[in-house]
Design a protein around this ligand. Structure first.
Ligand SMILES: *Cc1c(COP(=O)(O)O)cnc(C)c1O
Length: 412
């Protein structure tokens, strides 16, 4: 298959054996451990081929038909294709596919709608807000006045009453909905209603669930939000990057916010790879994938709960699970390290009640590999055994190697 072909390309091997070894080492790591990081996935060989193409050479500041550089005939076609496919896939009037990352897409959304010093309501960082939702270490916290809303400490669900009250009190210019760790569907209609009541814009930062939306396995933010920001590399399974969707009324403001306000030249190899990924995401096979991702996450969540972990909100609607492993005698940080030693790769995260750290898991990558609910039952039991410290750690590592070996992400 073309990925191994790329990695084993004689050119790289001959010219830079040191780097060829690194690429091989990483492919080996990805193939022999379990990728449960909720933000990760395995892109297709076709996406990788576009990323590794000569489009990487091209400078293309501006937009198709209006560039600051010559020679954009072919990349203009690629970007138009990516935009048309994104609009079709999400039913949006306008799409911008140039953002270099999810964070730069959020920056562009703020740039399109806000001025420095404006008040913005967003999910607080301890409850799963992203850095771009008001962290003092990020541009967002420095340039805007963020008011955080939270989740209910008992249920783990977004506190809608608090959102409404804070919106009425602070009259924000924008409300952000979206999270890095929320396992349930977000009620976009509710957020739209509150935004309308206080005259705020609604920005949906749908970086995580946008792939489920593409596959019809999660409700779309597009009919409700003024701007939807997203990544293309999470469940959506495209190249690393960002995008924005909006109505025709905001199209020009969004485009100008991306270029020239926040970025220079677009990365045309990535834009082309986004087009490939949007094409893949429009297929029935991808819809089946998205539904399987959710079924796998539900089974994994139930398995973890049966093993004694406390699963936030009692389960999941998406690809993402957060859980408190402390009933098994470990906190999230120790749990993450212990699991990593066994070849189970995931994140630790904050939990709604805030006193201990938990674990965040996702099923996007393992589902791409072809794992199903049977394997999720096995993974839940394995995770619990490792956390309890039962058996030798090399035994768990061997079991992971054997399980992963049956589902190679890039078969030779
Ligand atoms: C992943 C994510 C981002 C940022 O994406 P990057 O590509 O890492 O910059 C922003 N917001 C949310 C909600 C995310 O989940």
């Amino acid at each position: 298959m073309s990925v191994t072909h790329t990695l084993e390309a004689d050119v790289l091997r001959r010219q830079d054996p040191q780097l060829a070894d690194i690429l091989h080492g990483e492919l080996d790591r990805q193939s022999t451990t379990l990728q449960l990081i909720a933000a990760e996935n395995f892109t297709s060989p076709a996406v990788l081929a576009a990323l590794g193409s000569p489009l990487a050479n091209k400078y293309a500041e501006g937009y198709p038909g209006s560039r600051y550089h010559g020679g954009c005939e072919m990349v203009d076609v690629a970007e138009r294709l990516a935009v048309e496919r994104a609009k079709d896939l999400f039913g949006a009037e306008h799409a911008n596919v140039q953002s270099h990352s999810g964070s730069s897409a959020v920056l562009a959304a703020y740039a399109a709608l806000l001025r420095p010093g404006d008040t913005v309501l967003a999910l607080g960082l301890p409850y799963g807000g992203h850095l771009t939702h008001g962290s003092p270490a990020n541009f967002s916290g420095r340039w805007f006045d963020f008011v955080p809303y939270g989740v209910d400490a008992e249920t783990g669900l977004i506190d809608h009453d608090q959102v409404r009250t804070l919106a009425r009190t602070h009259r924000p210019k924008a409300i952000v909905c979206g999270s890095i760790a929320y396992p349930r569907h977000i009620d976009h209609a509710f957020f739209r209603e509150v935004a309308d009541e206080v005259g705020a814009y609604l920005i949906a930062d749908s970086a995580h669930p946008i792939g489920l939306v593409a596959g019809g396995a999660a409700p779309s933010p597009v009919p409700y939000a003024d701007i939807v920001c997203a990544t293309t590399h999470k469940v959506l399974r495209g190249p690393r990057g960002g995008m924005l969707l909006c109505g025709s009324d905001l199209a020009e403001r969004v485009d100008r916010a991306v270029f020239p306000f926040t970025q220079g030249g677009a990365q045309m190899h990535t834009v082309a790879a986004k087009a490939v990924a949007f094409g893949e995401a429009a297929t029935p096979a991808f819809a089946a994938y998205a539904h399987q991702v959710v079924a796998n996450a539900r089974t994994l969540a139930a398995g973890l709960a049966a093993q004694g972990l406390v699963v936030t909100t009692g389960g999941t609607d998406t690809h993402l699970i957060t859980a408190d492993p402390s009933p098994l005698g470990v906190d999230g940080r120790t749990a993450r390290l212990r699991l990593a030693a066994a070849g189970v790769v995931l994140d630790s995260c904050a939990l709604p009640h805030g006193d201990v750290r938990g674990l965040r898991l996702g099923t996007a990558a393992v589902t791409t590999q072809g794992m199903g609910e049977e394997e999720m039952v096995r993974v839940a039991a394995l995770v619990a055994r490792v956390l309890r410290g039962e058996g030798e750690s090399h035994t768990a590592r061997e079991e992971v190697r054997e399980l992963a070996g049956g589902f190679p992400p890039y078969p030779r």
